[in-house]
Design a protein around this ligand. Sequence first.
Ligand SMILES: CC(=O)SCCNC(=O)CCNC(=O)[C@H](O)C(C)(C)COP(=O)(O)OP(=O)(O)OC[C@H]1O[C@@H](n2cnc3c(N)ncnc32)[C@H](O)[C@@H]1OP(=O)(O)O
Ligand SMILES: O=C([O-])CC(=O)C(=O)O
Length: 376
Amino acid sequence: MSNMVNVSYGLAGVLADDTAISKVMPEINSLTYRGYKVQDLAAQCRFEEVAYLIWNGELPNAAQFEAFNTVEKKERGISGDLLTVMEKFNKKAHPMDTLRTALSFLGQEDETTEDSSPEGLMEKSIRMYARIPEIVAADFRFRNGKEPIAPKKDLAFSENFFHMCFGKIPASEVIKCFEISMTLYAEHSFNASTFTARTIASSTSDIYSAVTGAIGSLKGPLHGGANEAVMHMLKEVGSPEAAKAWMLDALATKKKIMGFGHRVYRSGDSRVPTMTEAFKKMVDVIGTAEAKNYWEMSRILDDTMVAEKGIYPNLDFPAGPAYYLMGFEIPMFTPIFVMSRITGWAAHVMEQLANNKLIRPLSNYVGVGQRQINRV
Ligand SMILES: CC(=O)SCCNC(=O)CCNC(=O)[C@H](O)C(C)(C)COP(=O)(O)OP(=O)(O)OC[C@H]1O[C@@H](n2cnc3c(N)ncnc32)[C@H](O)[C@@H]1OP(=O)(O)O
Ligand SMILES: O=C([O-])CC(=O)C(=O)O
């Protein structure tokens, strides 16, 4: 049926609200958080400083940074009840499903869930930011038949995550690469999962419900799930020698190539050069033939896609193999994205509620016309 009205499918091009958190500038392939270029933040800041910036609008001074980290460290430690439930999770479930369920569990456990005052929202945001890494790490260990490792309060955010997953902390170059990915993944305006969080918040529901819904949205391979799909693709391609032919065949058979394309950026994702450089550093630190293979393969896939279709890689393309080389299992990649994006989601819930208007667009009805019930 033809449309007599102008429908913006997928809300493409629609300005849905104001935001002061981040600015995506596709015309100059740039991205700022609270006015700071994401490349500068990735080079110069710890992820904790970026989280503070996203929530408070300014980078912290030394005293503010220490106070923020003290609160986060105090919030570490998920309950015995949650660990008991997690131990019973289906070991075959995707870690995004178990994380979604665990996050929802945090919401029913917290007696302040209904407190949506600015202070209440900030407290719960820091609580989720502190506990999500422990959920991701404990889930990884349970599914591998191992006991979880408790968080360590003297470790920084990223070091603590590696400690909880593997019981050891990798080289500083690996931590730096991980931190860069955390900073780049933190916030990206009205992407699907953030808009989901804002939509849920707009009915004046609670922040845990908003984040639970956002996790569900991020899981999809058209969004955050692409970082896992990229790694599956690289494994399927197998070698640099096979990469060009693989891509040409995939394009000839109209396959969607994971880690390429973007709704907003049409000539390159602002975050890709920084993440690609970090991925290359990981390859050099690891130094194995396998690592070099993934690097060379990814270069050929990128060049072929750009040459053939003019479609550029998005952040998931370099982030997926970088996480793989850090030793994470592929289904952990999108949960790791959640560990970072909780900052953006929570900031958007706060912003939405500070000036709330119920999100309720219109639909263009294309079903059957009005009719009478005619029973025989
Ligand atoms: C962190 C993130 O969420 S970043 C996004 C991660 N997602 C992915 O990497 C999944 C792969 N990419 C895609 O599916 C898409 O590029 C999206 C979903 C990201 C954006 O989609 P849209 O803005 O709706 O663009 P759309 O799908 O209309 O693409 C426009 C054209 O480019 C093509 N195209 C876009 N991306 C790709 C791709 N990855 N592989 C092959 N063709 C592609 C489409 O087929 C379409 O071609 P057509 O006009 O001949 O039909
Ligand atoms: O902005 C988008 O649509 C997807 C994206 O890159 C992100 O969420 O980081």
